[in-house]
Design a protein around this ligand. Sequence first.
Ligand code: NAD
Length: 471
Amino acid sequence: MKQLSEHYIDGTRRHIETGETVTVFDAATEAPRVTVRLGVAGDADVAVRAASAAAPGWRGTPVGERAKYLLALANALEERAAVLAEGISREVGMPLKLSRRIQVDAPIAAWRATAALAETFAFVRQVGHSRVTMTPVGVVAAITPWNYPLHQITGKVAPALLAGCTVVLKPSELAPSATLHLIDACEAAHLPAGVLNIVSGGAALGSALVAHPGVHMVSFTGSTAVGRKVAASAAGDMKRLSMELGGKSAAVVLPGADLQKAVKATIASCYLNSGQTCSATTRLIVPRDLYPECRALLAEAVSAMTLGDPAEAGTRIGPLLSAAQRERVRAHLAEAEQAGFDRIAGGPDAPVPASGFFVAPTIYGQVSPDSRLANEEVFGPVLAVQCYETVEEAITLANGTPYGLAATVWAADDATGADFADALRAGQVDVNGARFNPAAPFGGFGLSGMGREGGIYGLEEFVEPRAVQLP
Ligand code: NAD
């Protein structure tokens, strides 16, 4: 079994001698895969000191040089792409082919795209008689979740480093493959010591980092529940915050839209990564008179969603991360059954492979707007269908959860879809199946958080404008 039992601080690996361990299992076979030793709160101080000591040198390094390090890191990750894709796939359950494309190749492309911003981002701007300099925020604590481990790390660390910040990264202890290979990549890229420090730990180390007075900014991605604690702790020192939290995103089908296309795309989005995606469209909102047709199309579409080992070529949906996640999702299903919603597919008793943390792809219709299923993130392959009579009601339903991360609109034409999109409180809205744009801002309203990642928007999170007035 592999082990992650070290921090990477000040350019060196520091073995963690004692402390709690977490065993990470293969999601499809339930065999133990990696043991992760968790650092303790005091390790945060060592890492923050290293990041603080490296800050002046890194801030003073020309941005073009900093960009070269980002490219070197991208190259080092690319050399490890196959093992990264396999490791993440076994841990989180995403089918291997998708894991390579989405979990690995996309983040590597993002390291390169961020490096390219060195050429175009205006770090110095003239505003009247003021010279405005986009200065690095300082020492950044980056805390990331397990569901897209390398992607989440990249969305924070790449722009922070380009901006001239130094970083202490605490990745999720539940998806260690990305961390193991990132440490190797940092060494291969000869990143200057202390610029990026990576600590192995869980809640104790994470909260010590957030509270550390040497940290100037916390960039957090994870659950809203933990995000609340992080924001409260960071408020004491008025640390800058960027928070990417949960979602309950809606796909809205407007009258005249291509229902078949909408159903297929919604299923694909909802079940991507077994539903373990913050921006998954987990609600489908349709005109009431289309419900019978929609119900039939959904049942047909879900029957093509083969459940199985992520390494098998025919698998469309893999397992969930862990037994704990599976039990959490099952509790949602039990509640939906009790509420008497119209089960269209799956459910708690639907057949699943004998081993692995599987939940069958599930759809409930006629889900009431005040239910937990309509409002809370399930983080599993579960779709809730809701019906509306008027377009105003569709807007109310779509905006009716405390979240506001993403949405999809299906309309008879793109202009109608774009108009409807403007009425939604969501950070990302796709019209008529438009594809993901990594350069566009990604982030949410309400309980989905604050701040944005992606492109120049992600870079701007890590700079403070300083105005110098000249006579
Ligand atoms: P989580 O909140 O349990 O953990 C996230 C990170 O916070 C982990 O590294 C964890 O060790 C750390 N942590 C836990 N307690 C902490 C504390 N008290 N102080 C500081 N750090 C602490 O989330 P998760 O289960 O890893 O990830 C799933 C969640 O992440 C979902 O809610 C999902 O929607 C969200 N997410 C959001 C986005 C986005 O961009 N909006 C992207 C991916 C995932």
